[in-house]
Each structure stands twice: as C-alpha cells, then as structure tokens.
Design a protein around this ligand. Structure first.
Ligand code: PLP
Length: 389
C-alpha cells in the first residue's frame, strides 16, 4: 500500500522536535549536531531569536495579502537586496525551483522582445536547479528526467570543466548560460574564479545572459554575500532561495534592469511569493548576514573547520580522498560509500548530507561556534573510524 506521504524520499530513521542554533533534539531528548542545516537553509541556525521575533510580530498582525497590493516587507527586502547586490530588481518566490522557472522565462523573454530567435540555455553536467519540468530539462540527466517526457526543449548540457565545448557551444545564438558558482548536489564543486570570469567574458562577447544559481551557495555560505563576488563578476540574472528565508520558504530572482526588461505586468506572478511572513523573516536574515563582521566570522569559522577537516582527511586515508568547497560549503570526497559515513554520523549524533560524486556535504549554520566546530571534528573522526575498511 502506498504510504500516506508520497514515497519520493528515502528518509533516515530520525525525527526532530526542537532546534536551537546548531543543535536538534529528538523526542527522547537526544541532541544532534546539525552540519546539514536543512541542506543550507538554516543559515542562522535553528530558532534564531531575531527571526522568531520577526515572524511572530508579523504573524500577529497580517499573514497574507495578494500581490495585488503593496507589501511593505517585500519592498524592504527588495531594497536590501538591490542595495547590496548587482541587481536592479527582485521577484520573490517560495523556492529555488520557482526561481529557476522565472530565470528561464526571463532570459527567453529578453530575447523574444529583442526580436531575436535565441532560446537555448547552456547548463552543466552535475548541475541541480530543482525538480520542475523546466529544472529537470535544464539538467537533462536520465536519473532526473526518465519517464517525465516530453521535456521542455532548448537546453544543452556541457561537460564540467570542458572549456573547448563551452567555447564551441556559446555562440551568438545562445540565450543564456545557467551555472552554480559552487555545485551543491553535484558534490561541492566550485567553479574556479578565473573560469567564472572567462564565462562572463564569453557571455559579454556573444550577448548571452549569465544566470547564476546561488540557491545553495548564496546568502553568505561561502563567506561573501554571494559566491560570485569572489570572482569579481556580476551576473545578469541570479536565483536565490534556501538561506535567504533562514528556514521559512522563500526564494528570489534578482536581475539587472536590462535582463528584466521583458517581465512587464501580467507576464509572471505567484500567489504566495513575497508574502508578508516570508519577507519579514527574509529582511531580518539579510540584515543579520550583512551586519558588520558577520561574513568575516563565516570565513574565520571556515578556516578553522577546514584546518580540522584537512587533518581528518590525512588521518583516515582509507575513508577520505580529499576536502573541497568554499566557506561553510564543504565536501568530503569519500573512498567508502558516502551514505555509510552519513549513517555512521547518525550514531555519533552528527548530521551531514550526502551529495553526488560520493561526497559528504557539510553545510552548518553560518553561526557555528568554535566549540561546535571542535565537536563536529571529533564526531566526524569517530564516524570515520567506524567505517574504516
Ligand atoms: N538550485 C540549487 C543549486 C539547489 O541546490 C536547489 C535545491 O537543492 C534548487 C535549485 C531547488 O531549490 P528548491 O528545493 O528550494 O526548489
């Protein structure tokens, strides 16, 4: 008999009833160190008092009004984002997948309005942009798309790191290139800064729009507000979600005025996107993540964690191949099955997340303390010992 919950996830036998900072508790009071943060969502940890307050305040006054009316929190959040990024404008969604939908529509509408037949969007092997029909077509793997055809046409997937293929494919017939500056689901694979700069140059030369998917790597995760800032480039369109809501469902598409020019009244919409509750939390998250010293502390925590993880990799040569990633978006490339290490972590009361390419992801709250980093390292060490062949 089919379960009451559609069985599209294989879940760990764990259920949490309370969270605080980097910690989660099960019903029986067992405490787990959360290095997954809801897959990079709880950027400020669980139940951050300022977010609880922002949500509670708004909830006691007004939950929902349609986008037919002005929503002051939405305006506030848009102003904060426009002020701190490349973007001139923002549209709010409820998820990263919805951000992907709009990014694709916006790029195609840009070219339609230019009177040019450019609809092809280039994407990359190992990418993940969500689970909607457009997002799975964008990625195009058999695993994602099998049985769900006919697929939305107009996506071309390129091999990761194949510069010749990219140069050949990125012609002045291409509408846009869509890429994660650090692949998350694909196994924590950062695009080197010089490659992002080269990609920006190619887009400038051909006119193709550059769409960055910063759903997982954005909102302070790499130590900058957005990961592309390290390379000193600016996208035309950017997808954001996960961390921006700190646990409340919220996403956004940010864009330059030029890229967004086709998105006029009636071309897109969302009942819930940008609702007062989500934007009250989102605006508070933005204020906290961009507060003086916050991102410096992310880099400090990252350096400390990386140093410990380098030691962990060196002391378990039969378990780990290497450490990769940036900021607090780190991946342990494993020699044993990654799922076994994740399961051994449960026994040590530490939560990590598997990714493709046999990688175990560490995406802790950006507020993780030095003491918690020390605890993370000793729990991961015990988990590694447990799976040593
Ligand atoms: N893009 C990236 C890079 C992601 O990591 C994800 C989710 O993991 C998505 C898009 C889809 O976001 P959501 O699950 O919020 O729809």
């Amino acid at each position: 008999m089919i379960p009451a919950i559609l069985p599209t996830y294989s879940r760990a036998p764990l259920s949490f009833v309370r969270g605080e900072g980097t910690w989660l508790w099960t019903q029986d009071g067992t405490r787990y160190l959360d290095l997954g943060a809801g897959i990079a969502v709880n950027a400020l940890g669980h139940a951050h008092p300022a977010l609880v307050e922002a949500l509670g305040d708004q909830a006691s006054r007004l939950w929902h009004v349609s986008n037919l009316y002005d929503i002051p929190n939405q305006q506030r959040l848009a102003d904060l984002l426009v002020d701190r990024t490349f973007a001139d404008t923002a549209f709010f969604t409820n998820s990263g997948t919805e951000a992907c939908e709009l990014a694709v529509k916006m790029a195609r509408k840009y070219w339609f309005d230019s009177g040019e037949e450019r609809s092809t969007i280039l994407t990359f092997e190992g990418a993940f942009h969500g689970r909607s029909s457009a997002a799975i077509a964008a990625v195009g793997t058999d695993k994602m798309t099998r049985g769900f055809g006919p697929l939305l046409p107009g996506f071309t997937q390129l091999r990761w790191g194949d510069h010749d293929a990219l140069t050949a494919a990125l012609t002045d017939r291409v509408a846009a290139v869509m890429i994660e500056p650090v692949q998350g689901e694909g196994g924590i694979r950062p695009v080197p800064d010089h490659c992002l700069r080269g990609l920006r140059d190619l887009c400038d030369r051909t006119g193709a729009l550059l769409i960055l998917d910063e759903v997982q790597c954005g909102m302070g995760r790499t130590g900058r507000l957005f990961a592309h800032e390290w390379a000193g480039i600016r996208p035309d369109i950017m997808m954001v979600a996960k961390g921006i809501g700190g646990g409340f469902p919220l996403g956004a598409v940010l864009a330059t005025e030029a890229a967004a020019r086709g998105m006029t009244a009636g071309t897109h919409g969302s009942t819930y996107g940008g609702n007062p509750l989500a934007c009250a939390v989102g605006a508070r998250v933005m204020e906290l993540v961009t507060a003086d010293g916050f991102l410096d502390r992310v880099s400090e925590a990252s350096a400390r964690l990386r140093q410990g993880l380098d030691g962990l990799v060196a002391s378990h040569p039969a378990v780990f191949e290497s450490l990769r990633g940036q900021g607090l978006m780190l991946g342990l490339k494993c020699l044993v099955p990654a799922a076994e290490l994740v399961a051994a972590g449960y026994a040590e009361k530490v939560l990590t997340v598997p990714a493709a390419d046999n990688v175990v992801r560490l995406l802790p709250p950006l507020t993780i303390t030095d003491d918690e980093i020390a605890q993370a390292l000793s729990r991961l060490d015990a988990a590694a010992r447990a799976v040593t062949p």
